[in-house]
Structures are given as C-alpha cells and as structure tokens.
Design a protein around this ligand. Sequence first.
Ligand code: CMP
Length: 140
Amino acid sequence: AIERTLSIIKPDAVAKNVIGKIYSRFETSGLKIAAARLVQLSRAEAEGFYAVHRERPFFKDLVEFMISGPVMVQVLEGENAIAKNRELMGATDPKKAEAGTIRADFADSIDANAVHGSDAPETAAVEIAYFFPALNVYSR
Ligand code: CMP
C-alpha cells in the first residue's frame, strides 16, 4: 500500500552537508518527498517528539543532541514507505547497520545516527502531524 512516513535528517548529517546524498537515496528507492522543512528544534519540541522515550536512560542526551543544530524533516511517500525507509536507514546503532545503509555510511554513534524514521503506521501519523499540518503534505 502507499504509505507516508516521517523522516528526520539529524544535526550530525546536516552538519556533514549530506542532505542531498540522503535525499538521493530516498528518490532512488522510489520514495517521494511529500513535505519538507529545515528546523531548529526547541528543547520542548524535541522532548515532545521523543516523549515515548522519556523514561529511557538516553533521553536527556538524545534531546541535547537533537537541539544541537538544525534538522531536516520530511514526509516520505510511496509503496511500503515505512519499511522501505527503515531498510534504507539500517540499524539504530551504526556499528550494527548493514553496509550501504544511510547509518553505515553517514552515522558515527547510536546518538549521532544521522536519521530517524517512523517505525509503524500509527507512529508515522502522529509524527507527521507533529511537524506538518495536513494541508502542507502533498501527494504527487
Ligand atoms: P531514533 O530512531 O531517532 O529514536 C530514538 C533515538 O534514541 C534513536 O534513534 C537513537 O539515536 C537514540 N538512542 C540512544 N541510545 C539508544 C538505545 N540504547 N536504544 C535506542 N535508541 C537509542
């Protein structure tokens, strides 16, 4: 089915100037950019986005990292978009990510891991709505 997923290019990858290289991977795999925005997250916005992780030991470091510089946020649309994007990203820990994945190629650590992608249809809907009003997401 045609799905939408939320993708974030994190501060480490934005700082490395590889937004275009990562977009190229989305496009090559057939995913379309349905919305996009470069944004400096506030602490409150980052905490809200990662609220499900609030009790995890890495939460504070995660929030600090996500507000350390601008992030590129996009909605990806296409056949099986959620799983396809997760395949492109590779494992959360870049040391465990398969060769040729975004995290294997651009990430340095489990915190500075280059990208985020929604993990299920329910979380995708919540995450997309967190950044984009529905009228600013375009099927094309
Ligand atoms: P992300 O997909 O953005 O979702 C939560 C983030 O927390 C994850 O990517 C990692 O960058 C970060 N993180 C740090 N430590 C861990 C951990 N032990 N397990 C999962 N995520 C972690």
